[in-house]
Design a protein around this ligand. Structure first.
Ligand code: SF4
Length: 335
């Protein structure tokens, strides 16, 4: 176990963790809401340091990131724990599990992960993903620093539920984020995830203002977050605050974990796609077979720039610096 960053010692052996908006106050032997940070004799420690639950190479499109090194692979690692408790979590076996009760860890150091990334074919770096990466903050920070020194890219796929100071400390080492914006209503966040909306909006603003590449995923759940007025408000907010070039991935929901609502109708996804396209330049459908709405087009001349078919990616009319070959405009795609 490793001492955690971002905590204060209180009286009676208690500690307060200040990593995420829960700001948990923990008595000795108590673990935080994320189930992986423990008060060990008056010190806050992380139980997920120098270990992984999952490690493998994925297409970068699977994160999903569509405008960041398209066609490349990324070595992806995950652990256990999460600071949200979504009823529809696809990875609940690792995200909602206590570190102390998980038996599938592999011990591994940051150096070993970086060495693995350096020798993996077609690989641009390391993605911190699968469970909530901020809950293994110390290991993430250490690995990302080392990876950056070896010219690897670091990608974080996250729920965005983190306090400002730790996010600021991490930003210089991260090259791209995909952040889940699960809805544009605090009621949804409180009922369906046990979190709050505002801290996630603050994280998104901080990331966008830092200039780090940002894409957003919104899982559309019938009857819970598919209200067209609320969705349009979210699209307008993304355009106005984060930038209209921010890619938005609308993902089809399927029943998972504690939620048994039927899968999102394709018509709903198409309708929300049309609304978002009125405000944002790049809107994609995910978890569905729709090559047209998962491909990238030039915002100026509408030329096909990247054709996607599931995780197969073909660069079409792009120069090596991301310029559209047809009209010469800069696409903003990082190649
Ligand atoms: S990171 Fe975990 S222990 Fe720390 S405040 Fe968040 S939920 Fe609580």
């Amino acid at each position: 176990m490793q001492e955690a960053l971002f905590y204060n010692k209180l009286s009676d052996g208690k500690v307060q963790c200040e990593l995420c908006p829960w700001n948990c106050i923990l008595s000795p032997t108590q673990v935080g809401n994320c189930k992986v940070r423990l008060n060990d004799n008056g010190n806050l420690v992380t139980e997920v340091y120098n270990k992984v639950a999952t490690l493998g190479s994925d297409p970068i499109e699977k994160k999903p990131l569509y405008h960041f090194y398209p066609g490349k692979n990324i070595l992806s690692i995950g652990e256990v724990g999460c600071n949200l408790h979504c009823k529809f979590c696809q990875n609940h076996r690792i995200s909602q599990c206590k570190a102390s009760q998980f038996s599938g860890f592999h011990n591994i150091t940051s150096e070993q992960i970086v060495n693995e990334a350096l020798k993996t074919w077609n690989n641009i770096g390391i993605a911190y993903t699968y469970n909530e990466p901020f809950t293994f903050y110390e290991f993430l920070l250490e690995t990302a620093e080392l990876a950056k020194s070896k010219r690897l890219k670091n990608i974080v796929v996250s729920n965005g539920y983190i306090n400002e100071e730790p996010l600021k400390k991490l930003l210089p080492f991260i090259d791209a984020f995909n952040i889940d914006l699960k809805a544009f209503s605090d009621e949804f966040y409180q009922k369906q995830t046990k979190g709050k909306l505002q801290p996630i909006l603050e994280s998104l603003k901080l990331i966008a203002n830092s200039g780090v590449h940002l894409e957003i995923t919104n899982l559309v759940i019938p009857g819970l977050n598919d209200d067209t007025n609320e969705f349009e408000k979210m699209s307008k907010w993304i355009a106005a605050v984060l930038g209209e070039q921010t890619p938005l991935h609308l993902s089809r929901y399927y029943p998972q974990y504690k939620m048994d609502i039927s899968p999102t109708p394709i018509e709903t996804l198409n309708s929300l796609h049309s609304i978002a396209k009125q405000h944002l330049q790049h809107v994609f459908l995910g978890n569905v077979s729709d090559n047209e709405k998962s491909s990238t087009y030039c915002t100026n001349c509408n030329a096909l720039l990247i054709q996607r078919n599931h995780f197969k990616t073909e660069l079409e009319n792009l120069t090596s610096d991301g310029t559209c070959k047809k009209c010469g405009i800069t696409s903003g795609i990082i190649l």
